[in-house]
Design a protein around this ligand. Structure first.
Ligand code: IPE
Ligand code: IPE
Ligand code: MG
Length: 232
């Protein structure tokens, strides 16, 4: 089976998952984090080299303070209690996004986790305070400031996903069918999967189904198959 090298997941639907159970939204975020930790383990056990998870967008920073504080508490917990386990499992954690937009101690914990887990050849990129447009503008400015020519390649390398394999498969849970400012440049030729499941309900088996679907996709990258004659 053809496997993707780089999978990205938009973990959406935590709030609705909680609402359905008459629970506060934060209970949904907690269930989402628990599912994310287990799903990441499963995904790396499937021999996938790079996983990018969309956990908090620049636009999400406009949510009510109470929800944001709860989310930052969950990130604190993730960095202090789970990140080290990733490193022990041979996975390096990288946080992508603008860390100047999150509380200082969360940014510091993120950087510590990156240092603690560095040096492996498999990667979990956690997108926090991330916006695709913002990342493109930052990367373009960085290329220009370095004096290099701004090309598709130089821009791709300067993005926060620079150095990672090309994005092959992007999965969004939670019913919506949009990118919501995630990996706008990188998703150019990614295969897209939209799941009806709210993220805390998205199982390892649902992921396996997406993988099988991916293996069956005909990725032409704008070309045509050489066995198709083109007679005039
Ligand atoms: C995704 O779940 C997690 C974040 C955006 C932080 P939501 O919080 O967007 O959940 P819904 O879409 O309201 O159900
Ligand atoms: C996208 O979900 C962002 C993350 C999952 C982190 P949103 O819930 O913010 O997206 P919209 O509002 O439905 O576009
Ligand atoms: Mg949402």
């Amino acid at each position: 089976m053809t496997l993707p090298e780089h999978v990205a997941i938009i973990m959406d639907g935590n709030g609705r998952w909680a609402q359905k159970r008459m629970l506060p939204r934060l209970a949904g975020h907690r269930a989402g984090m628990k599912r994310m930790i287990a799903l990441a383990d499963h995904i790396f056990s499937c021999d996938i080299r790079c996983l990018t998870i969309f956990a908090l967008s620049t636009e999400n920073l406009g949510r009510p303070r109470e929800e944001l504080e709860g989310l930052f508490d969950l990130f604190r917990e993730y960095f202090t209690e789970y990140a080290a386990k990733l490193g022990k499992g041979g996975v390096s954690l990288r946080v992508i996004g603008d860390l100047s937009l999150v509380p200082e101690d969360v940014a510091r914990l993120a950087k510590e986790s990156e240092r603690e887990t560095a040096g492996h050849d498999r990667f979990l990129l956690l997108a926090i305070g991330y916006g695709g447009r913002r990342d493109i503008v930052r990367a373009a400015n960085a290329v220009v400031a370095s004096g290099c020519a701004l090309t598709e390649d130089s821009l791709a390398s300067a993005l926060s996903t620079g150095g990672m394999p090309a994005l092959d498969l992007l999965i969004r849970t939670g019913k919506e069918q949009r990118l919501s400012n995630f990996l706008l440049f990188e998703a150019a030729y990614a295969e897209l999967v939209f799941s009806e499941k709210l993220f805390p309900d998205f199982t390892d088996k649902d992921f396996d189904r997406a993988l099988r679907g991916y293996a069956g996709r005909d990725r032409r990258f704008g070309k045509i198959h050489s066995d198709q004659p083109c007679k005039r």
